[in-house]
Design a binder for this molecule. Structure first.
Ligand code: ATP
Ligand code: MG
Length: 180
């Protein structure tokens, strides 16, 4: 499974629409301090439904919307679109590509899209569960995360292995069933 493209508009330090495309192999993002490298990674986390403002390095969710600079007005919304290659059908969707979009307005209103259709966060969360992608996946390893995993409680470490083994969904479904 590979990222094909990432489109960002109004998110953090990207007021204008920027489209990054990824080729096969390794992609490295380089740039001076504060130029927005980590913001690109934040955009990937965010589009998968990240809800933790701490993980996104802000204090309120609104902080992900471009807040303006000396020369530029703030934006009214943030949008991120991620397109994944699904030609190997790793995800149970009968399509060569999977496109997910998240949008947030200053009013607090937000939307998620899968393909063209409007979906709930829950749908995105469930689709990527146990793939290592997604909000709780281990495919995005942030600064300090390795040390955090090593020093975490065994129950937390177990969750990481359960996601890798592909069994998180059974625990999740049991929880969902018990809530009904
Ligand atoms: P380093 O090499 O130090 O890790 P970096 O390239 O990873 O740097 P980022 O952390 O991605 O840099 O970007 C930080 C910049 O993003 C800061 O200049 C900050 O002001 C800007 N920024 C973050 N959120 C917003 C926002 N909502 N609106 C405007 N600018 C923002
Ligand atoms: Mg950084």
């Amino acid at each position: 499974m590979q990222i094909k493209s990432l489109e960002i508009q109004g998110f953090k330090s990207f007021p204008d629409k920027v489209k990054l495309t990824f080729d096969q192999g390794i992609t490295a993002v380089v740039g001076p301090n504060g130029s927005g490298k980590s913001n690109i990674v934040d955009a990937v986390r965010w589009v998968f439904g990240e809800q933790s403002t701490k993980t996104l390095r802000g204090s309120r969710m609104e902080d992900v919307i471009f807040g303006g600079t000396a020369k530029r007005k703030p934006q009214g919304s943030a949008m991120v679109n991620l397109v994944l290659d699904n030609s190997d059908r790793l995800l149970p969707v009968d399509s060569d590509e999977i496109s997910i979009t998240r949008k947030l307005y200053r009013s607090g209103e937000s939307e998620y899209r899968l393909g063209g259709a409007s979906v709930r966060l829950k749908d995105i969360y469930e689709l990527f569960m146990d793939t290592g992608l997604g909000r709780d996946g281990y495919s995005v390893i942030g600064q300090g995360r390795i040390a955090e995993i090593i020093s975490s409680r065994s129950s937390e470490r177990r969750e990481i292995f359960e996601e890798a083994a592909g069994i998180s969904k059974y625990r999740y479904r049991r929880g969902e069933a018990q809530r009904r």
